[in-house]
Design a protein around this ligand. Structure first.
Ligand code: GLA
Length: 375
C-alpha cells in the first residue's frame, strides 16, 4: 500500500499533499555544528514520507505505518502548550514552530532506520515541514525551514541538537555532499564520486544505543560554550589552535580537549573538501581516521562498538573510517574499495560476534536529493 492509500484507509479521505525528506550521513565535521563550524554531510536514499490534509476543527490526528496505524489525537491547544508523549512530538513540534492554526490529519511512513544515527528524526521533521510549507503556501526557504525544524527539536522535543541534520535533509542534492557553514547557513555542493574510483562508503549500524537525549550531548555543548566564554570568543569557530594552546591554563583539562576536537575538526572539514575535489581519496580517508581519534579521545563520544567497527574496517583495508552523528552508539562509516565490501562486512560481523555485541547492520547509499513535495 502506498502512502496515499494508507492515508485514505486511515482517515477515509484523500491527502492534500505528500512530501518526503531523507536521513543523512556526515562525511566529516562531527559535533561542530553547534560551535558555528563547517560540516560535510550528504542526504541518504532512505526517506520519511508524510501525507497531510486540513481539517475544519482544531484536532490533530497522526498515524504511522511503523506504529501499526495506531491513531494519536492531539489539538491545537495542546500544541500551543507543547504537549506530547512520544515520537509524535517531532510532528507536533513542527506544527508549533510553523505556527499552523488549522486542524490536520497526518500519516507518516518512515523508512530511515531508527536509532542508527542516520537522523530519522530530522527526516520526520523535515517531511512534515515541507508538506506544511506547501499546503499553507508559507513560502519559507529551506534555510528558514532548517532553523524552524531545529527550533521544534530544541524547544518542543527538548533535544539540544545543532542544525546539520535538518539542513542536509532539506538541502541535499543527488551526487553531492553539502558543505554547510553552520554560522550563516551558506552552502556549497561538493561533488562526491566514490564509485568512479571503485570505492564505496559503507555505513555500519552498530545497533548500540543512541542516547542523544541523555546528558552526554548537552554536556559537550555546554563545555564548548564555557570555553568560548572563558576565551572571549563567540564560538569554537573563532578559535585558532595556537590561541587555544596559548590559553590552555584558563581551561580545565576536559574543556581543553573538547575545544581541541572542535578546532581541529573544523580545519579537517575544509581540508577534506580539497581532498575530495582533487579525488585524493587516500588523504580523505586519513582525515576520517583523524576525526574518529579526536571524537574518541578528545570528545569522548565514541563507544566500544563504534571503535570496533572502525578498527575492523581499517584492519581489513578500509581507506578510512569513523563514527558518525552524535555518537554513544549509532553508525560508523568506512571508505572501502568496492571489491572489499563483502570481506570487510564479514570481518566486522565476526569481530562483533567475538566481542559479544549485537550483529551489526550494513547500508550503503549514494548522496541523494533533499526534501521535496511529491504530490
Ligand atoms: C546529532 C545532532 C547534530 C550534530 C551531530 C554531531 O546528529 O542532531 O546537530 O550535532 O549529532 O555532529
Amino acid at each position: 500500500m502506498d502512502i496515499a492509500q494508507a492515508f485514505e484507509a486511515c482517515f477515509a479521505r484523500k491527502p492534500e499533499v505528500i512530501a518526503q525528506a531523507p536521513g543523512r550521513v556526515n562525511l566529516i565535521g562531527e559535533h561542530i555544528d553547534y560551535s558555528d563550524g563547517y560540516v560535510l554531510p550528504f542526504a541518504i536514499d532512505s526517506v520519511t514520507k508524510c501525507a497531510i490534509s486540513r481539517r475544519d476543527d482544531d484536532l490533530i490526528r497522526i498515524s504511522s505505518a511503523q506504529q501499526s496505524n495506531q491513531l494519536i489525537e492531539s489539538s491545537l491547544t495542546q500544541v500551543a502548550n507543547k504537549v506530547g508523549n512520544d515520537w509524535e512530538r517531532y510532528v507536533l513540534g513542527v506544527i508549533w514552530a510553523l505556527e499552523i492554526k488549522s486542524g490536520l490529519d497526518i500519516f507518516i511512513d518512515g523508512q530511515v532506520p531508527l536509532g542508527a544515527g542516520l537522523s530519522s528524526s530530522a527526516a520526520l521533521e523535515c517531511s512534515v515541514a515541507t508538506a506544511l510549507n506547501h499546503l499553507f503556501v508559507l513560502e519559507k526557504t529551506t534555510t528558514e525551514l532548517a532553523r524552524l525544524t531545529q527550533l521544534a527539536e530544541n524547544q518542543y522535543v527538548g533535544v539540544p541538537c545543532g542544525i546539520m541534520d535538518q539542513s542536509v535533509s532539506l538541502m541535499g542534492k543527488a551526487g553531492y555532499a553539502l558543505l554547510l557553514d553552520c554560522r550563516d547557513l551558506s552552502t556549497k555542493h561538493i561533488p562526491v564520486d566514490f564509485a568512479g574510483a571503485d570505492l564505496r562508503l559503507l555505513i555500519i549500524d552498530t545497533r548500540a544505543h543512541h542516547a542523544l537525549v541523555d546528558g552526554g550531548y548537552a554536556e559537550r555543548r555546554a563545555s564548548c560554550e564555557s570555553v568560548a566564554k572563558k576565551l572571549n570568543v563567540v564560538a569554537m569557530r573563532d578559535l585558532s589552535m595556537q590561541h587555544l594552546i596559548e590559553n590552555k591554563d584558563k581551561l580545565s583539562e576536559v574543556e581543553f580537549k573538547r575545544a581541541r576536537h572542535a578546532v581541529s575538526e573544523i580545519a579537517r572539514v575544509l581540508t577534506a573538501v580539497e581532498e575530495l575535489s582533487s579525488k585524493s581519496f587516500a588523504a580523505f580517508g586519513k582525515l576520517l581516521n583523524d576525526s574518529h581519534s579526536s571524537l574518541r579521545d578528545d570528545y569522548t563520544v565514541s563507544c566500544p562498538e563504534l571503535d570496533l567497527a572502525v578498527d575492523s574496517a581499517l584492519a581489513n583495508g578500509a581507506l578510512g573510517a569513523r563514527m558518525v552523528g552524535g555518537g554513544f552508539g549509532g553508525s560508523a562509516i568506512a571508505l572501502i574499495k568496492e571489491q572489499d565490501a563483502g570481506r570487510i562486512s564479514l570481518a566486522i560481523e565476526k569481530a562483533f560476534a567475538e566481542a559479544g555485541f549485537k550483529a551489526p547492520r550494513f547500508f550503503d547509499s549514494l548522496p541523494s536529493d533533499g526534501a521535496k513535495v511529491i504530490s
